[in-house]
Design a protein around this ligand. Structure first.
Ligand code: NAD
Length: 454
């Protein structure tokens, strides 16, 4: 089965079975809060079986994932691995507070040699290390949760999908919106099943961040040059700011964009047919990747050509980060931070949404804001009236990565399908990495379908 197909067109039954969404379709109440109760495995409703895990890469994101895992029943930390003393110390001390005296490794190969009781590994190292580490873990018989981007090289990303297939190990890629019940409600239920937006022809997403300095490090945790060299890093600056350098990462387009560009095929139900993008390294010195990119993807859907526009900016936080899916009957605006997006807006001519509100699929409209304080009496009333908003009724009372990790652990325990297996992670990597290539080549790049197959 084409996993992309599966994920972009989940049947209603699959949808309701999905652990991230269990219960929503049948027991809609005015507000659905996911995560305020500990969840038990649906098949048994008993305590889940214990799983032993290790974490490779305990920097910023590794700690975020540890924090989420600590909230999931019967996940036991056995070991961590990081080449940097600072990250080792931070994570091992943190885990100690929760009663875990983990074994600490510098080299992931030693961890794999010594730790014999592991079921799974979480990988949160810089992108360029993912393939080597994930492949070695799967070859050792371990299931892998690997952060996005799968890799900064498509060849390496492809090798991960192939290793997962060969070893029959699970490989979940960290595009966590795929397991977020708010996004599942918006995309699977409202857009696909209820056809809330009518014909969805456009999408728009952005991630705008204020300017930032290069990351530093505490002097006493400077890694000696010979050790940096052993692990492939050119300097401490590169080691700490790896995402800005071509050897190790894919720049802001990949770092931030991949979360959001991953949503476009899910919404449109097919992979992109082309990408055109512009961008540049226009602001910062000493950074290799583009600090701003604007890209347009085209999708050939059965309804016709659809387009999605994406921009990432790293010198202004204007508008923050959100995604908008636009149809001829309305728009849904989403963001991982619900304050930035968690509502639908209806076009005036669209069928009423009252029955959806009555059935609990949407909340009641919050009235439109009238801008009547203008002195300009010639302003047309149509431009002074903002659209009303229908808030989405699903809340996630958990950290945003937790449902994606839960989906991974459920897949190990009881065969729940992964929400972002390597095949989907690969499709996203192709779409995102190619946008960077389109900037370089200054021309539109057409995809052929075979490119998305690992
Ligand atoms: N899903 C998300 O929302 C999200 C958010 C942020 C980052 N990420 C991803 O998580 C990964 C890590 O990002 P980060 O922000 O934590 O970076 P980071 O630089 O803060 O942490 C990376 C850690 O990996 C360690 N490391 C580097 N090379 C290693 C090696 N060979 N072996 C073991 N450890 C090694 C570093 O010492 C550091 O502690 C990246 O792939 C990034 O794209 C995902």
């Amino acid at each position: 089965m084409n996993p992309s197909k599966k994920n972009t067109s989940l049947s209603r039954r699959d949808f309701l079975k999905s652990s991230a969404f269990a219960g929503i379709g049948t027991a809609l109440s005015p507000r659905i809060v996911k995560g305020d109760q500990p969840e038990l495995t649906p098949s048994t409703q008993k305590s889940p079986s214990p799983l032993n895990i290790a974490v490779i890469g305990t920097g910023t994101q590794g700690r975020v994932l540890i924090e989420s895992c600590l909230r999931i029943p019967e996940i036991h930390f056995k070991a961590i691995c990081d080449i940097w003393g600072y990250s080792q110390r931070y994570a091992s001390r943190y885990l100690q507070k929760y009663g875990y005296n983990v074994n600490v490794y510098e080299d992931f190969r030693q961890l794999l040699d010594k730790e014999k009781e592991l079921h799974a590994v979480i990988i949160a190292t810089p992108d360029w290390m993912h393939a080597e580490q994930a492949n070695a873990c799967m070859e050792r018989g371990l299931h892998v949760y690997c952060e996005k981007e799968m890799s900064n090289s498509l060849e390496q990303a492809r090798s991960m999908v192939r290793t997962a297939k060969k070893t029959k190990k699970l490989l979940q890629i960290g595009h966590q919106r795929r397991s977020n019940p708010r996004y599942i409600h918006a995309i699977e239920l409202l857009i696909h099943e209820k056809n809330l937006l009518g014909q969805v022809g456009q999408s728009y997403a952005q991630w705008n961040r204020a300017k930032s300095e290069m990351l530093g490090w505490p002097e006493k945790y400077t890694i000696p040059p010979e050790k940096l060299e052993k692990y492939g890093y050119g300097s401490m600056i590169e080691f700490r700011n790896w995402r800005w350098f071509k050897k190790y990462g894919g720049g802001p387009m990949v770092d931030l964009g991949s979360h959001q560009i991953d949503l476009f095929p899910w919404v449109f139900g097919c992979l992109p047919s082309s990408v055109t993008s512009c961008g540049g390294n226009d602001y910062y010195d000493k950074r290799e990747w583009y600090d701003n990119v604007m890209a347009i993807y085209e999708f050939k859907t059965p309804q016709g050509t659809c387009r999605a526009m994406y921009q990432v900016q790293t010198t202004t936080k204007y508008g923050g980060f959100f995604e908008a899916f636009m149809g001829d009957n309305g728009t849904i605006v989403m963001s991982e931070v619900p304050q930035n997006g968690n509502w639908a807006m209806r076009e005036a001519h669209a069928p009423e949404w009252d029955s959806l509100v009555k059935d609990g699929f949407l909340e009641s409209e919050t009235p439109p804001v009238q801008k009547l304080d203008t002195q300009n009496i010639f302003l047309d009333v149509r431009v002074t009236q903002e659209a009303g908003r229908w808030p989405l009724p699903v809340e996630l009372a958990k950290p945003p990565h937790q449902p994606h990790l839960e989906n991974f652990f459920s897949a190990i325990r009881d065969g729940t399908p992964l929400n972002c297996p390597g095949e989907i992670g690969f499709e996203t990597a192709v779409a995102v990495l190619t946008a960077n290539k389109a900037v370089e080549s200054t021309r539109k790049i057409n995809f052929d379908k075979g490119q998305f197959k690992a």
